[in-house]
Design a protein around this ligand. Structure first.
Ligand code: GLY
Ligand code: MN
Ligand code: MN
Length: 428
């Protein structure tokens, strides 16, 4: 029986054989990367393998590992042998996957590349001098990465489940009055990962910090009376990421009513993640949704049309609706118009939109609307849009709550999208 991994490998092989033939190449080498060091230090940066290499293997790939892809042959894995007493040995991971590979062990000084054909292209950092430049190859392969195989969706389902366990623990830590650091540690423990294993540094913001989109600190101050927790944190399964945000509240009040409304809106957007839909259109629907919410909650008295023309929703929702998700949290190819590298860049209505493609079945995307009270943007609105129609005293009242973001990971389908995050929450 063909396993999900074998079917995935067959699909990758097809994609790469097509690229080899399109660019008239004999081989493509994928390099996982090398460890890099802090300046004048012998500590390394956390290592993440190049996603093009990681995509081929069912375990987390380390540094200095090379893959050689040639048409009509088993792929070759060049595995780095460590023979020093400073580090743990690095055996080739056991498993059935090995049957599909030609595995070559190599020490640092070994010239494993000596027999590579002349027309070899290199993807990854530090190409060797014998390889040929191949403009367009990366874009050609990146475009198809957006469509996930069942094996990849399986991995991302596991990544969502792992992160959701962390989110549930984080909520409990918040309600128990813990500090941001303690909440983050609770998340890490429940999702069984260290901070450097996270697919991106977890964002854990209490109260006003929830209004900082990529808040990067972790206060150690316990907050028995914190009002809001915004946690944006994921996990990964052999490289495949989840990227999940929840906003938890302590009290039932006008702010929690706003959270409930945004949550409903987010779910209706997730339901629209269908093949054939323009993601730009979903972003536009979000701006309309935010204006409706501002009006319904008496934050802005202008009509939806007036708000849109004055760009009021962007004051409260300044980022894009979502992005492709995969081995990279902001996965590659979100702005590509085609595999030939033509771009479809966001316009001034949505300058930060990371996805401008038409949705296709089995793309995995995030849907992450937000509504924030960001002092800098509110001041700018007051200065630049005199007839803003907003109730400033109400906004003043909301400022200490920071903001809201709700982010799910969704598989695009033709009739009913598969919401990996909500399914995971329903299990625990
Ligand atoms: N965690 C980054 C993002 O949501 O895009
Ligand atoms: Mn995201
Ligand atoms: Mn996120």
């Amino acid at each position: 029986m063909t396993t999900l991994y074998q079917a995935h490998l067959a699909e990758l092989t097809n994609r790469y054989e097509d690229a080899l033939s399109h660019f008239n190449l004999d081989a493509i080498v994928l390099a996982s990367g090398e460890k890099s060091y802090y300046f004048q230090d012998d500590h390394t940066h956390p290592f993440h393998a190049y996603s093009g290499a990681q995509q081929w293997l069912p375990f987390t790939l380390g540094a200095e590992t090379y893959l050689i892809i040639k048409a009509g042959q088993k792929p070759t894995l060049v595995w780095p042998v460590r023979d020093d007493f400073w580090h743990a040995p690095n055996p080739v991971p056991a498993g059935d996957w090995q049957h599909n590979w030609n595995i070559v062990e190599a020490k640092k000084q070994d010239k494993w590349y000596a027999d590579l054909p002349q027309k070899t292209a290199w993807l990854g950092l530090k190409p060797m001098e014998f390889t040929i430049p191949c403009e367009g190859l990366k874009a050609y392969l990146d475009f198809s990465k957006a469509i996930k195989t069942p094996y990849e969706i399986n991995a991302m389902t596991a990544a969502s489940e792992q992160a959701v366990k962390g989110h549930i623990a984080a909520k409990q830590a918040f309600l128990a009055g813990m500090s941001e650091l303690e909440i983050h540690l609770a998340f890490l423990q429940a999702s069984q990962q260290s901070a450097t294993q996270e697919p991106y540094p977890g964002i854990v913001g209490l109260d006003e910090h929830a209004a900082v989109l990529h808040y990067e600190h972790k206060s150690i101050k316990k907050q028995a009376n914190s009002r809001t927790l915004l946690i944006d944190a994921g996990a990964n399964e052999h490289g495949y990421a989840s990227d999940i945000t929840r906003t938890f509240v302590r009290h039932n009040d006008e702010f929690s009513a706003l959270v409930d409304s945004l949550d409903k809106m987010e779910q209706s957007l997730c339901a629209k993640a269908l093949s054939g839909v323009e993601f730009r259109k979903l972003h536009q629907d979000t701006l309309i949704g935010i204006s409706t919410l501002l009006r319904d909650h008496q934050i802005c008295s202008l009509s939806v049309e007036e708000q849109l023309s004055k760009r009021i929703p962007q004051v409260f929702f300044p980022h894009g609706l979502g992005h492709l998700l995969g081995l990279q949290v902001h996965d590659v190819g979100g702005h590509q118009a085609d595999q030939f590298g033509n771009l479809n860049l966001p316009d001034e209505q949505a300058p930060f939109l990371r996805l401008t493609r038409t949705l296709k079945e089995n793309m995995v995307i995030t849907i992450e609307p937000g509504l924030y009270f960001i002092p800098m943007l509110i001041e700018k609105m007051k200065a630049e849009i005199p007839q803003h129609g907003c109730d400033l005293s109400k906004i003043q009242q909301f400022l200490p709550y920071g903001g809201i973001r709700i982010e799910d990971n969704v598989v695009v389908k033709s009739t009913k999208p598969d919401n990996l995050t909500r399914t995971a929450f329903s299990k625990y």
